[in-house]
Ligand binder design. Structure first.
Ligand SMILES: Cc1cc2nc3c(=O)[nH]c(=O)nc-3n(C[C@H](O)[C@H](O)[C@H](O)COP(=O)(O)OP(=O)(O)OC[C@H]3O[C@@H](n4cnc5c(N)ncnc54)[C@H](O)[C@@H]3O)c2cc1C
Length: 384
């Protein structure tokens, strides 16, 4: 019996899904785990892995056409799970590229935009970022200060975005701005005059990910760079539903990595003349983690089935994102504690996952915001 898969989820996967899981797991074991501690310590995004992620078809994996793999929802969830077993930074990179940049271009872009951007993004030749959050408050995106106004056949965009994954390394940005006609999405390439980006330093979380701030000072973009199919806040929110789906799977991998290390550690650490794992109090804590992981796996699997049927509702994603992030963060924190002093060392995975998960539980809607979404679905009252 696999202690990380007590309900044998693996047996319910198709052969193709198993193949996808195995190939990403191999990449993580051979290419990510050997370097990730160093990347985290040195605040470095392992950009050299991007061609390998692309070669495996992990960028835009669930999209059809334009050089994308067209995988089903379960397979794309498994990709997130395996990547985040390595580090949340890798899963964040793939989530942003796939769900927040390629997806809106695929869903709302013109044919010319799709041809121009999607194949190159799938090959990892172009890196994208998604600019929604602004410095004054990410939980309330309707209060958007970034403005786009028409100027002849072009748009002039001014404003700023904060906490943007890939922001400083991206070749292109899907930027959301308020216009006289409501919120609209624009594709803005690096190098466009007036568009600058800077790296946010001193993060204690997601240190192997690049997070940036974006500035737009009267940036002129042609109408051809506007996403023609996106109107209103539901444009960016639909992208977030895609990405939150991936997070619900991804964080399971982080929790599994922590539990795997603790099963090994508590079996070998000798205290009071016996292995730590011989104590009931330790076993109860490990069992509690397995309960959390198993519940999260069941939620993610059902979420995937709903998504593949086209029946997924945002509130279901909210509940799963909230539940699974909370579970993973609690598991990582408890694993850190059971490692004693070693738990504060980056040589053990839990503190890295724990610190990363502080971001994951915050971004793409904080825990409270998702609780309020579920509350609204239950009561019919908006308490935001
Ligand atoms: C590492 C990292 C990467 C990120 N990447 C991206 C990205 O690529 N693109 C992007 O657009 N954004 C990104 N974000 C931003 C992220 O989505 C926001 O941080 C998040 O939405 C929360 O916004 P905020 O930080 O402004 O917090 P705020 O919105 O200011 O919230 C502060 C606190 O108030 C609580 N709160 C808010 N409203 C209510 C309410 N009505 N009732 C009770 N409590 C409430 C929140 O739960 C939170 O605890 C990233 C963030 C991080 C940390």
């Amino acid at each position: 019996m696999n202690p990380l898969d007590l309900f044998d989820l693996r047996a319910s996967l198709s052969q193709d899904e198993q193949l996808v899981q195995d190939s990403v797991a191999r990449l993580v074991d051979t290419r990510v785990l050997p370097i990730i501690q160093d990347c985290f310590e040195h605040h470095r995004f392992p950009r050299e892995l991007v061609p390998e992620l692309a070669a495996l078809g992990l960028l835009g994996a669930s999209l059809e056409g334009y050089g994308c793999a067209g995988l089903n929802a379960i397979a794309s969830g498994l990709i997130c799970q395996e990547l985040e077993r390595g580090d949340s930074a890798l899963r964040s990179f793939v989530s942003v590229q796939s769900s927040l940049v390629m997806y809106p271009i695929w869903a709302y872009g013109s044919e010319a935009q799709k041809q121009q951007y999607l194949p190159r993004m799938a090959r990892g030749e172009l890196i994208g970022c998604f600019g929604l959050t602004e410095p004054h408050g990410g939980s309330d995106p309707a209060n958007m200060k970034t403005r786009a106004r028409r100027s002849g056949g072009d748009w002039l965009i001014s404003g700023s975005k904060m906490w943007i994954t890939n922001g400083a390394i991206a070749d292109t940005c899907v930027c959301w701005a308020e216009t006289e006609e409501g919120i609209r999405g624009f594709i803005i390439d690096k190098g466009t005059p007036g568009f600058t980006a800077s790296e946010i330093e001193h993060k204690f979380s997601l240190r192997a990910s690049s997070t940036g701030a974006l500035f737009f000072d009267e940036v002129r973009v042609p109408e051809a760079q506007r996403l023609p199919g996106a109107g209103g806040l539901k444009g960016p929110l639909s992208c977030l539903t895609q990405a939150r789906y991936g997070i619900s799977w991804g964080v399971i991998g982080a929790a599994q990595a922590c539990l795997a290390q603790l099963i090994e550690y508590t079996g070998s650490r000798q205290l009071f003349g016996r292995p730590l794992a011989d104590n009931q109090a330790i076993q109860v804590r490990l069992a509690e983690m397995a309960r959390g992981i198993t519940t999260a796996q069941m939620l993610a699997l059902q979420l995937g089935r709903l998504k593949d049927r086209g029946a997924l509702k945002p509130v279901q994603v909210s509940l799963a994102k909230w539940h699974n992030c909370r579970m993973a963060l609690d598991v990582a924190r408890d694993c850190r504690d059971m490692l004693g002093a070693s738990g504060i060392s980056a040589e053990y995975a839990p503190i890295r996952h724990m610190l990363n998960l502080e971001s994951v539980i915050t971004y793409e809607g904080t825990e409270t915001i998702h609780q309020l979404s579920v509350g609204r679905a239950l009561t019919g009252r908006n308490a935001f």
